[in-house]
Design a protein around this ligand. Sequence first.
Ligand code: FRU
Length: 494
Amino acid sequence: MYRDQLKRARLFEEEALKKYGKDHKPVFHLTPLTGWMNDPNGFSYYDGKYHLFYQYNPYDVHWDRMHWGHACTEDFVNWEYLPAALAPDQDYDAFGVFSGSALEKDGKHVLMYTSVQETKLPHGMKAVRQDQCIAIGNGRDYQKSIKNPVITGDMLPKDCSREDFRDPKIWEEDGVFYCAVGNRHEDGSGQILLFVSEDLENWSMKSVLDRCENRYGKMWECPDFFHLGEKHVLIVSPQDMTAEGLEFHNGNGTVMFTGTFDKETGKFHEETAHAVDYGLDFYAPQTVETPDGRRVMTAWLKSWDGLVHIQDTKWNGMMILPRELELKQGRVVQNPVRELEQYRRERVSYENIRLGGTAGQAEGSELEGIKGRTADLTLDIEEGEYDSFEIRLAQNERFYSSIRYDRKDSVLTFDRTYSGLCRDYPSVRSMAVRDRKGKIRIRILLDLYSVEIFVNDGEQAMTSMITTDASADRITFRAEGPVQVSVEKYDIVL
Ligand code: FRU
């Protein structure tokens, strides 16, 4: 019976598109066609377009029996939905088609995902099994391989979990296919296993690429691994992190290591570790290499620790606006894809204006033309002796979200306490910013339900959801102490 799952999902999608259309969707952030979305999957370039799949339950706004939803784009901003690509319709993936990745091979689009099944053990006990499978297609329809699963728990050493073994990231280098998979070691914490293959169907385990050893959370989910400049970068999404200063917060987090990769031994040697993003809603990032050589990252714009949902919508979940990654002075910097610039309209700018001076300023200042809910806004604050500077966004008489920079501590804080949330989700997060004597550049991408903040040309990013009604469109400024600031704002129009 469950062999028809994909057909059923696709029919459901057609109906949903007719019934709900755009249904209060953000303007430039990808959401599921209908229902629930989590991790980005299969971010790849195929047949002239970027393809992005996602963890997907078309039937409801909650996580359940994962499918792969599908969308494509030429510019990372304007997306076109394609029919669901994969459904849990085989014995080996009946419990769910979990996260994975994709690449092009011989003109075909190859997807690799984690199949989840429940098996019966001797004595009647049940156990979950996670294995890796492939599906081959043309950018729209995909056929699961008869050789599935192609990487199984039987190939693992004894100290590796067969239950927590997921999220394969595949790539090709010099005619060899590599696959990095998240796994749990018997010490309870995560590790990334590396596999190699010549044909994508026959795999062997090469090495443990890197191990958590209980330093950064527990299970490491959704690995990505690539070279950037003269370094290699390993990205993981650990569960069960514990807070460390303002670098890592409790719960599900993301860590980006830079280091070197020894291809002979298959070992990664870590040099630096940072949070990928410091906001409240960011998880499971995944990257693609563009034909012009850029490394572009997307991620799920939500957190398992605060499942913020816009009420009364038939969709739940979205992706960040993809970002370009670059290595600068040993640190990975991230900035919105340059393609966004084509969608900028109605430039409004102010050069070196003075705000603040006296403490308080309950009302805040408004600048003519600086308002809206789909904006690309950059503030350049000059070196100075002020105490703090605050921007309030998505504001009306009752609600706002705040971005505040405290100069003395050099800390930037995002606070959505008064954004209209009706549950007690985590709402405040701070990050330590490089101290430049008060000089700071803050770029904000504001869409209907999200705020993405980039500090000092992408040295750090901070991404969070808001649920404030779209009509709350005021932007106000406050300062304690005199601040000299330049402001540039565009509307984003698609
Ligand atoms: C991460 C994750 C992945 C898994 C998927 C299931 O958010 O837990 O490890 O493949 O979600 O939907």
